[in-house]
Write a protein that binds this ligand. Sequence first.
Ligand code: UDP
Ligand code: MN
Length: 339
Amino acid sequence: MAIKERLRARKRLFWRLMLPAGLIGLFLYGLPVVRYLETFIPMGVCPSAIMPLLKDNFTGVLRPWARPEVLTCTSWGAPIIWDGTFDPDVAQQEARRQNLTIGLTVFAIGRYLEKYLARFLESAEQHFMVGQRVVYYVFTERPEAVPHVTLGTDRWLRVEHVTREPRWQDVSMARMRTLHEALGGRLGREAHFVFCMDVDQHFSSAFGPETLADLVAQLHAWHYHWPRWFLPYERDTRSEAALSSEQGDFYYHAAVFGGSVAALRGLTAHCARSQLRDRARGLEARWHDESHLNKFFWLHKPAKVLSPEFCWAPAIGWRSEIRHPRLLWAPKEYKVVRN
Ligand code: UDP
Ligand code: MN
């Protein structure tokens, strides 16, 4: 009893200290020194009983204990992969043995094409699934404007024409329906696994088959230390994307998600349908497709979670736990790219 009381008191004290710190942090958003305090909010630890059980068909045996300072598994037993916990060579060999084709989809509509697409593709040639068979799918309203990128052997680029939605929110959300159709067509026939990514980022080091699984989610760089009730989920209960304060595991980033063709067909169908239902009720979720994606991953747990090292925002500033960023966000220049 006494121990429980003391623990509770300590917890209360922790939040009494953290809350003002958090509020000041929000107030001074963008100040890396203040944001650094976030790293002191514990992420939780992977139970040692679960650690030896963590493995998958690509990475082989994982070494979650190699990163004791961060959370390396989820409560449902999926690995959260951090630099040092997996063997990239094992993953590489296994993917080759399975003779996989890996799809990478990206949308470049309006000014996003000139601003980001070339660097995204060129850096993908350097770092994305090198040594595997890769097929890029670029969705744009101006196929003729897609830059020429020299591709390595066994790497292909397909350009798909889409119509342009007038509002940027709709461009972002319409991706779910378009992806759903593509996965039901040629993309779905030629790829085994697919990653769907935002274009406003570039690869900075190896993003290999260690990231592959049936359903893969990306921890959001700005939110991976935050307590669940504080996460920017959709809270309006009328929305299909709504999560209550007791719901939600992590806040996932819509700039990177992936999985098998079948799993992604399910994901994109769910999100496209939920977006339509919200629209019919005159609603739009707080973070658009990302809100619906977060609801989907609450209902259908990802088989693998990527640490924020896989999609890092340099604006956050230096953090010792971010060893090896694989993708880096471009600075947000909404005035330039959004209408
Ligand atoms: N996008 C686009 N043109 C637009 C708006 C969005 O091509 O006018 C695509 C692009 O791939 C972009 C993604 O949709 O990376 C998501 O939008 P954005 O990156 O602006 O959202 P954020 O990451 O800031 O939430
Ligand atoms: Mn983006």
